[in-house]
Structures are given as structure tokens and as C-alpha cells.
Design a protein around this ligand. Structure first.
Ligand SMILES: *[C@@H]1O[C@H](CO)[C@@H](O)[C@H](O)[C@H]1NC(C)=O
Ligand SMILES: *[C@@H]1O[C@H](CO)[C@@H](O)[C@H](O)[C@H]1NC(C)=O
Length: 272
């Protein structure tokens, strides 16, 4: 595990930002509890309801990260998410979205799915096995989004890179997106599709770190300002060290990649 050297060039988050500063409950108000004076929230899913929250503002770039602890084992069919999404009133087909989707399992193997929508219907799923038990402790899940690349990180380790190849005819998310988290019943969802063991309910996911490093949509967050560090050259591509770890991790843990399956439908799969 030595190669999982921490790469963090990113600022460590302030951990005293409260949920209410940047976020509001989206649904399932009575299934969300604030803990530690609002520095942690617990989302619950039971037969009556799931729950979700979203950021107050919309963003056009940034580094979005949370610490999340997933519901305890025996959670097949339960889906826990952390994602960016363009406005819910977008019609299907012109939606932007960047997703972490944790697929509940029986354990001991845990699967993480990521997906990307770029003014379309997504279908850019990748899945990998996590190298730790995400139900035991909090781990960091982050999304970097600037005009050059989108990178998904797990504990600072890049697990997915999506480059802006619009010049070569590929799509790239560009719409205003808010930051969201949720827990829901995925029994009838294709990526999960398992029966939930309701005797194990309520299923509870915990989220921490409610600060947001984001550029409000439409604002000038020029890369000339260190204030907007995620837009600076340093973040235009992975460092050689990150490249090396990214390659190792995906070789070892990725078990599904849409490019190997439906690559002919996606320009970016033909470019790389
Ligand atoms: C993607 O890159 C092109 C230049 O190749 C740029 O014009 C465009 O703004 C970028 N898209 C986003 C969303 O940053
Ligand atoms: C954005 O801000 C930078 C630095 O402050 C400035 O140089 C640039 O001209 C601005 N761009 C626009 C479009 O206002």
C-alpha cells in the first residue's frame, strides 16, 4: 500500500464550516439529522423515505470534497451519493452531472460507481472496488472541475480523469452545477437492482466538511488568482506522481469501464 502516498497539494478543508452555511435539505427533512452542531449530517433511508441535500449556490468550476461514511454492511439495493448536478429542470438529454455512487453490498467488497453527464444522458459509468471498508470510517471523496480536466479522487488518489477534449469533438460539462448528497432506494435502478433488506433499516450515511472551494457560476475565477487555485496550471493535468498512482489503482481495482463496452458511442473513448 506504499504507493498510496498522500498527494495532497490541495488545501486541507476547514472542518468547522456548518451545513447551514452552504447547504439546504432538498427532501426527506425528517430523515436528516445534524450532528456536532451542524458539522456532520446523517442521511437516513427507510421504507418511508430517503433524503438528500444540495448546495445553496451553483458553481462553474472548483474542488468539491466531502468526508463520507457509508451505511453499515448488508445494504444491497441502497445507493448513497455525492455529486454535482445541473438544474433539476434540465430536460433529459441536456443534463450535466458528475457522480460518486456507492452501491450497497453485502460486503466485504465495496463498489464505487462514477458517472459523467455532459449535456446528454450520461451512461459513462466506471466501477471499481474500494481498497478499504467505507462503512468503518470517514473517507474523502473529491471532484476537481476546471476548464481542462475533471478528476475524481478517493482520499487524494485520482481514480478517474475526464479531459476537456471538446476541440476534438468530445463533450464536456459546462453548465451551472450544485453540490448534492443523498441516500435512496436503488431496488429498481439498473446499476444496483438488488432487493433491500428492510429488516436492516434505517440505513444511515454520514457526511462531513461543508466548506466549498467553488467558483460561483458566471463569476470570473481567473487562473491568475491563487484564490482560485483549482483553475491554475498546476491542476491542468495530473502530476507525474499522480499519473503513476492513477494507472496502478485503475489497473488493480477498476472492473467496469463504459469505454470497453460502448466506446464507439463516445468520442472521448476513441481519443485516449
Ligand atoms: C473546454 O476547452 C475549450 C478549449 O478547447 C474551451 O473553449 C471551453 O471553455 C472548455 N470548456 C469548459 C467547460 O471549460
Ligand atoms: C478576469 O480577472 C482577471 C484577473 O483579475 C483579469 O485579468 C481578466 O481580464 C478578467 N477577465 C474578464 C473576462 O473580465
Amino acid at each position: 500500500m506504499i504507493f498510496f502516498l498522500v498527494l495532497s497539494v490541495m488545501s486541507e478543508a476547514f472542518d468547522d464550516v456548518r451545513f447551514d452555511e452552504n447547504y439546504v435539505v432538498r427532501y426527506g427533512n425528517d430523515h436528516i439529522s445534524k450532528l456536532d452542531q451542524g458539522r456532520e449530517v446523517q442521511l437516513s433511508l427507510d421504507l418511508a423515505s430517503g433524503s438528500g441535500f444540495n448546495s445553496k449556490r451553483g458553481y462553474g468550476s472548483g474542488f468539491f470534497e466531502m468526508r463520507i461514511k457509508l451505511p453499515a454492511r448488508h445494504s444491497p439495493g441502497v445507493v448513497t451519493t455525492f455529486y454535482l448536478s445541473s438544474h433539476p429542470d434540465n430536460k433529459p438529454g441536456n443534463h450535466d452531472e458528475l457522480d460518486f455512487e456507492f452501491l450497497g453490498t453485502e460486503g466485504p467488497v465495496f463498489s464505487l460507481q462514477t458517472n459523467i453527464f455532459a449535456n446528454d444522458n450520461g451512461n459513462r459509468e466506471q466501477r471499481l472496488h474500494l481498497w478499504f471498508d467505507p462503512t468503518k470510517d470517514f473517507h474523502k471523496y473529491g471532484i476537481l472541475w476546471n476548464h481542462r480536466q475533471i478528476v475524481f479522487f478517493v482520499d487524494n488518489i485520482p481514480i478517474r480523469v475526464f479531459k476537456n477534449n471538446t476541440r476534438l469533438g468530445a463533450r464536456y460539462p459546462s453548465q451551472e452545477m450544485s453540490v448534492e448528497g443523498s441516500i435512496w432506494n436503488g431496488e429498481s435502478w439498473a446499476s444496483s437492482g438488488k432487493k433491500i433488506e428492510w429488516s436492516q433499516a434505517p440505513f444511515q450515511a454520514h457526511y462531513q466538511e461543508f466548506d466549498i472551494y467553488g467558483c460561483p457560476f458566471g463569476a470570473n475565477c481567473s487562473s491568475e488568482s491563487q484564490l482560485y487555485w483549482w483553475n491554475t496550471k498546476e491542476f491542468y493535468e495530473l502530476t507525474p506522481e499522480q499519473q503513476r498512482i492513477y494507472k496502478k489503482v485503475t489497473q488493480k481495482y477498476m472492473f467496469y469501464d463504459y469505454c470497453h463496452d460502448r466506446g464507439r458511442n463516445f468520442k472521448e473513448c476513441q481519443i485516449r
